[in-house]
Ligand binder design. Structure first.
Ligand SMILES: C[S@@+](CC[C@H](N)C(=O)[O-])C[C@H]1O[C@@H](n2cnc3c(N)ncnc32)[C@H](O)[C@@H]1O
Length: 293
């Protein structure tokens, strides 16, 4: 197995293990930015949309609303668990205009010029062959179609160092996850360059920010932290992942600190949108109710 194949097998396993609870509790920040991406993309009724890396439908469900009964949304994801879960979600919601397929974003199996829009929420930084994937997105778009995607911008700060510290605290007990040389797309210049090379034009960049609050430390750990931490990444059964109560002191102090992510959103065969989002563990229960999650 090549390094890339090993990385993809590992990553799809991670998301399959996370799929049952992914974006189903807490502030649901994936759903929030999925909605924002669909708004940025300006999806029209009656159009055909591809949602690349659909996960649990953060982008797919709002897109399904936007295209309406005369439109169509096709979601793809390479994680078996995500596809199973979202298939059930689609049936439960009775959405006749949406379907999902298990497929690698780097090898799209659709005809040329097939979609009016291609949407892609929080995937680009996971792709070992980003240029190839973008060329594929461009190929399946109709002339004049629109590509819109979002990505986090990692910022080197106190919070990012604490993520590293948390990784470090699990180092002795867990095997390291396979890695791949992926592009982080941290700067607007880099994003513009990568998109232009893939054939996109009229690139637009915008920025957005949102702050999310969690009910307590446990919710933050379960929702925002655990899926990103070594136990899950290393492939352990989710049942064996420690709760915050059994974490080391080091991890607990980490839990109490502010986390900041930047979300970059690319839009259009011309648009590029930059978003920013702060995920902040906040232990004031009133806030959670006040913002209606
Ligand atoms: C961070 S999640 C984002 C899911 C969803 N778009 C959202 O905004 O919540 C990343 C998703 O990408 C999928 N994924 C990662 N690499 C992929 C690839 N090469 N092809 C297809 N799906 C991939 C994962 O299985 C996971 O569901």
């Amino acid at each position: 197995m090549t390094e890339t194949e090993e990385f993809k097998k590992h990553l799809s396993g991670v998301f399959t293990r996370a799929s049952a609870s992914y974006d189903q509790a807490g502030p649901r920040f994936f759903s929030h930015f999925g909605r924002r991406l669909v708004e940025f993309a300006g999806i029209l009724p009656g159009t055909r949309v591809l949602d690349v890396a659909c996960g649990r439908g953060a982008v797919l469900f709002p897109a399904s609303m936007s295209v309406g009964a005369s439109g169509e949304v096709v979601g793809i994801d390479f994680s078996e668990g995500m596809i199973q879960e979202i298939s059930q979600d689609i049936s439960r919601r009775g959405l006749a205009n949406s379907r999902v397929l298990r497929m690698d974003a780097e090898c799209l199996e659709f005809p040329d010029s097939y979609f009016d829009s291609v949407l892609c929420g929080l995937l680009l930084f996971f792709l070992p062959n980003l240029d190839r994937a973008l060329a594929g997105f461009h190929r399946v778009l109709k002339p004049g179609g629109r590509f819109a995607a979002s990505t986090f911008q990692h910022v080197e700060d106190k919070a990012s160092k604490r993520w590293d510290a948390l990784d470090e605290s699990f180092k002795d007990t867990l095997r390291p996850a396979p890695n791949a040389k992926t592009k982080k797309m941290n700067s607007e210049d880099e994003i513009r360059q990568v998109l232009s090379q893939a054939g996109f034009s009229d690139i637009e960049v915008a920025s957005d920010q949102e702050t999310f609050y969690f009910r307590d430390e446990e919710e933050w750990w379960q929702v925002a932290c655990r899926p990103a931490t070594p136990p899950l990444r290393a492939g352990r059964d989710t049942q064996s992942v420690p709760s915050s109560g059994s974490l080391s002191q080091r991890a607990l102090s980490f839990l109490r600190d502010l986390l900041t992510f930047y979300l970059l959103t690319l839009a259009g065969p011309g648009c590029f949108t930059q978003e920013r989002f702060d995920a902040r563990p906040d232990f004031d229960k009133e806030w959670t109710g006040a913002i209606g999650f």
